[in-house]
Design a binder for this molecule. Structure first.
Ligand code: RB5
Length: 149
């Protein structure tokens, strides 16, 4: 289980509509959504939004995070620079489930210019409904943590 039911959401300008749809969806699933924006459509810089969301997870304020940009790639790279963050970009539900079960991902990144909203919501469900399996996967995640240390 996640440590708490608080989840942070952020994006750049390319993904505001999809982020807001995800926020509504996961609030209906019982999560306390911490949506840190942005809310206006002006062009912005994904690294600062990825880092801000990642800090919420790394600090323990939020158990999990979902971030979005056009491709999901840039904001994922920024989030993964924050110590303690394991963020995967997913464009299918199987990968979203596996990145929780095997990689203990604590953040999910989605490309709003890559997939449609319905698929994005399925991916979010797969991510949130999955649990880390531990065992041999724990050994491997510990190896990732050792690289970071
Ligand atoms: C913004 O145009 C775009 O570069 C950004 O949303 C993202 O796709 C970067 O990885």
């Amino acid at each position: 289980m996640a440590d708490n039911k608080r989840i942070v959401l952020s994006s750049d300008h390319a993904a505001i509509d999809m982020r807001q749809a995800i926020a509504k969806h996961i609030a209906e699933k019982g999560w306390e959504v911490v949506d840190i924006g942005p809310t206006t459509p002006e062009s912005t810089h994904y690294p600062k939004h990825g880092e801000a969301a990642a800090q919420k997870v790394a600090s323990g304020d939020c158990a999990l995070g979902i971030i979005l940009c056009g491709t999901g790639q840039g904001i994922m790279m920024a989030a993964n620079k924050v110590k303690g963050i394991r963020c995967g970009v997913c464009a299918d539900p199987f990968s979203a489930r596996m990145t929780r079960e095997h990689n203990d991902a604590n953040m999910l990144s989605i490309g709003a210019r890559v997939i449609g909203e319905s698929l994005a919501l399925e991916i979010v469900d797969a991510f949130l409904d999955a649990e880390f399996e531990g065992g041999r996967h724990g050994t491997r995640v510990d190896m990732i943590k050792a690289i970071e240390a």
